[in-house]
Design a protein around this ligand. Structure first.
Ligand code: GCW
Length: 894
């Protein structure tokens, strides 16, 4: 359906905005017929919705009273001079692929205007037309977007002083009374820059998407960290590819987000052609305030530095630019010797980072990029790490190498993000100590001018959150706080390499929050504790006053319909962006916003999904790597369990990390062991170094824990360990069952897809538990604990109390003497916090009874459905074996 184009002001509206309004109106007209349907970007979606709009899903506000209030408050969009500040565009023939739904904009204010027209149109379920606002008073219900430069209205109502503290990226949103007669009101969204105004636009839409009250808005926000980047490993750890196995692509695409060299049916979709998903991504990243993306793997292919690729990169940069997303590339340190650059190549001898040859080469390459992409950020470098070349291959250290390239690109205004993920075996036997041992001295080094620290001003050291490798729980990296003289970037992994990939529902924001809010106990040179010293303060520069700051997330985007491979993985991208903007946010609050924007605003749906999300990471820790043990992943894919694996490189091997033996489990990194603890500031060194004071959730990270050590629960370590594995799985059971209860409230396709993932998740969590526990048991030589676990119960049948049920079994044979009733007459939980319900009784023998046991534990609700198979005593029809072939440890008379 199309609509006659005339705004209520009678003002001219650009053709593009007109098209948007028509599209939204068309969708809205259909949506109005069905309350449960959702208008997304002008397309009515409902039970077939595939998740492709991410959190920018502008469905009609479901609460009628709120919808009425929103409609009263908002009737139009006013953007003055929307088309004036055209952003740089290199690619003259830049175009969307034929049949695209998204479109290219030429300015940031056009992006803001179109987003409001689309978003408000969807949320209010009626056309919200845009005007250029020329002439007269601000209309009642207008949403005005702009800067003091672009907009006379902003100039009139928002002072320069109000905007000043917001910096380049921040914004303010205000409800204002119109000047003149009547009680009319309007909303102003303003920034110092058009990008700031765009960020404000998305914040305003989020406000409505999350059903917050509109009256008297007075919001302002600006980011704590300057560079908020994604790293995109287009060839590695990608779990969002659109094919049957979920990892690759279809029709010649690789499964990666961006197409540079697709073949076959997809060959005509390569850049410079722009695909819908690039624009959806750009909008989504802008909605979070992301400022940059390194588009290729850190194990870098130098083809990205060739002219043909640079032309494609320029096109992509052109498409992203209106959204405030700038581009960077990962480079290979030895790229200058790559024959693909002939005749402009160097010999290995010329890779001296101080030489004019080396610097000249990098300057020439960077200049090509700068010509094509004037706002190009710079390079991400993985050097002397996992086989990548680096300065050490040529007799130099990381400081020499980083500074060499940094000096070459500094005249072009570019930066170097130099990764610290290095672990050369000859540095120390403990892999976790190596990065600080290599980088710390360079940071401390006295310089000729009397200052300390050799790294150049345009170098940021990019350090993973923990000293190992993105484990579901690690202590923060000891370099945070110890690198006073060097710019720091923290690197978080959004793609779920070690945290369930595209199968497990694992909300990562609590992990990042835990890291960012960890106290480093950093001190000044006199040994006095810094007043601000959380990891977040180190990262945002308020602790040690580094000039440049950055937070980097390794992204999880691919070409899957939902772009992330699991509907709940979208939440991790969303949360990363929110935390990158403001690391002090609460991860549960972020989850709530995301659920409201993505799934529903029904209170019980919101509360239920948020609860599922907030415990999911702790559950994963529990069934994969509880109590501080690190890296037990199967080496082939980092998904499943591999505790017994020993590889050619010890420090890639689970056994190197678990150190299982008859005495206990865990890696001694205390002063009696590798003494990693000494890399932390004294308070933490003492706390982590002593097994009596180390937090239990990091115990095996720092200590070899004796099997019989008494834990805080009063249980021996072995029992606690086994129960943790079990509890993690029972949380997943709870999630699976709970998701089922949401079926009436969730659109069918997404409901079914998540349901299938949760079933696989539960089975795979069980595999982790069973594989790990049975392997550890060979060392502990202890029985699987029963009867006093968090979900343990005994049952009374025919007057006999029966217990000893291994929680891991899927069912339990219960021998019932002939002539005895098979009914369960009592259930006796191990403790009072545990609730139960007899869901089914056996009708006879043989027969089956089910007892549901529920308990709220420290990371959320746990559920176990005990399936009891009543069978005649004395028969041995499988009587000593539980279903699934596991020996039934239970079913003994007590
Ligand atoms: O975790 C490891 C991953 C590698 C990755 C490396 C890194 C890109 O298994 O896939 O390489 O970290 O961060 O450099």
């Amino acid at each position: 359906m199309t609509m006659r184009r005339r705004t209520f002001l009678g003002a001219a509206v650009s053709a593009a905005a007109a098209a948007e309004v028509a599209a939204v109106t068309g969708g809205a007209a259909q949506a109005a017929d069905r309350d449960d349907a959702a208008a997304v970007g002008g397309v009515v979606t409902d039970d077939t919705y595939d998740g492709s709009a991410l959190w920018l899903r502008y469905v009609r506000v479901s609460d009628p009273a709120l919808l009425r209030r929103y409609r009263e408050a908002i009737s139009s969009v006013v953007v003055e001079n929307a088309s004036r500040n055209k952003v740089y565009r290199r690619t003259q023939d830049l175009s969307m692929a034929p049949g695209s739904a998204e479109r290219l904009v030429e300015t940031t204010l056009e992006a803001a205007r179109d987003e409001l027209v689309r978003g408000l149109g969807g949320l209010l379920d009626r056309a919200v037309p845009a005007s250029t606002g020329r002439g007269g008073a601000v209309p009642d219900g207008a949403v005005v977007v702009g800067t003091r430069d672009s907009s006379g209205i902003v100039r009139q109502y928002v002072s320069a002083g109000d905007l000043a503290p917001l910096g380049d990226d921040g914004f303010l949103i205000r409800t204002l009374p119109g000047r003149g007669r009547g009680r009319h009101r309007f909303t102003v969204i303003a920034g110092n820059t058009e990008i700031g105004a765009l960020h404000g636009t998305f914040a305003f839409l989020r406000h409505l998407q999350t059903h917050k009250p509109l009256a008297d808005l007075d919001v302002s926000a600006s980011p704590r960290v300057k560079n908020r980047h994604l790293n995109y490993w287009e060839t590695e750890r990608l779990y969002a590819g659109n094919n049957a196995s979920g990892t690759g692509g279809l029709g010649g695409e690789t499964g990666a987000l961006f197409d540079f060299a697709a073949t076959g049916a997809a060959a005509d979709r390569n850049l410079p052609v722009i695909l819908d998903r690039y624009i959806v991504t750009a909008r989504a990243l802008a909605s979070l305030g992301i400022t940059g993306i390194t588009i290729n793997n850190v194990n870098a292919n130098s083809v990205y530095l060739t002219p043909a690729y640079i032309a494609q990169e320029a096109a992509l940069a052109d498409a992203l630019r209106p959204y405030g997303i700038r581009m960077a590339l990962s480079i290979n340190y030895a790229a200058p010797i790559d024959p693909r650059f002939a005749p402009d190549t160097l010999t290995a001898q010329q890779l001296d980072p101080y030489s004019a040859d080396f610097r000249g080469w990098w300057n020439r390459r960077a200049s090509l990029l700068h010509d094509a992409i004037p706002d190009f950020i710079g390079f991400t470098v993985k050097a002397n790490s996992e086989g990548q070349p680096g300065p050490q291959d040529f007799g130099y250290d990381h400081g020499d190498g980083a500074n060499g390239i940094a000096a070459a690109v500094a005249p072009l205004g570019m930066k170097i993000f130099w990764r610290t993920f290095v672990y050369n075996a000859d540095v120390d036997t403990d892999r976790l100590k190596r990065a600080y041992l290599e980088f710390g001295p360079i940071d401390d080094e006295l310089q000729p001018d009397g200052t300390r620290g050799r790294f150049a001003h345009n170098v940021l050291l990019q350090t993973k959150n923990g000293p190992l490798d993105y484990q579901a729980r690690e202590p923060f990296h000891p370099m945070f706080g110890r690198m006073e003289n060097t710019n720091q970037a923290i690197e978080l992994q959004i793609t779920q390499e070690y945290t369930g990939q595209n199968t497990m529902l694992c909300y990562l924001a609590p992990l990042w929050e835990e890291v960012l809010k960890s106290d480093t106990y950093a001190t000044d040179a006199q040994g006095r504790l810094l007043p601000k010293r959380l990891v977040g303060h180190i990262v945002d520069g308020t602790a040690q006053h580094q000039a440049d700051t950055a937070i980097v997330g390794v992204a999880n985007l691919g070409n899957a319909d939902d772009l992330t491979g699991h509907h709940f993985s979208q939440a991790n991208l969303f949360a990363f962006g929110r935390q990158a903007w403001d690391w002090t946010l609460d991860s549960a609050d972020i989850a709530e916003d995301w659920v409201r924007m993505t799934w529903s605003n029904q209170e019980h749906v919101v509360a239920t999904i948020v609860k599922m999300m907030t415990g999911s990471r702790e559950a994963l820790v529990s069934y994969q790597t509880p109590l501080g043990i690190g890296h037990q992943m199967r080496s082939s894919d980092h998904y499943g369990p591999g505790p017994s694996e020993m590889l050619a490189r010890p420090d890639w091997s689970p056994v190197y990390y678990n150190k299982a033996d008859s005495a206990g489990l865990g890696y001694d990194r205390s002063p009696t062991g590798s003494n990693l603890t000494a890399q932390y500031f004294p308070t933490l060194a003492a706390r982590y170094g002593n097994i009596d004071t180390v937090p239990e959730n990091l115990m095996m990270w720092f200590h070899h824990v004796p099997w019989d050590r008494e834990m805080r629960s009063g249980r021996p370590f072995w029992d606690e360990l086994v129960y943790r594995y079990q509890m993690g799985v029972q949380y997943v059971t709870w999630m699976r069952q709970t998701w089922d209860t949401l079926q009436p409230s969730i659109d069918a396709r997404r409901f079914a897809e998540v349901r299938a993932k949760l079933a696989a998740h539960e089975a795979d969590a069980g595999d982790w538990r069973d594989t790990c526990v049975s392997y550890w048991k060979q060392f502990s030589a202890r029985d699987i604990p029963v009867d006093d676990g968090p979900l343990s119960v005994k049952i009374v049948v025919g007057g006999r109390t029966i217990g000893g049920f291994d929680l891991s079994a899927s069912s339990y044979p219960i021998p019932v003497p002939a002539g005895t009733s098979p009914k369960i007459t009592r259930v006796i939980p191990a403790d009072r916090a545990t609730r139960y319900e007899i869901v089914a009784q056996a009708d006879g023998i043989p027969g089956q009874a089910v007892v549901k046991v529920v308990r709220e534990d420290f990371f959320g609700p746990l559920v176990k459905d005990y399936v009891f198979v009543m069978q005649e005593a004395g028969t041995d029809a499988g009587s000593n074996r539980a279903e699934g072939g596991r020996p039934a440890e239970g079913a003994t008379d007590r």
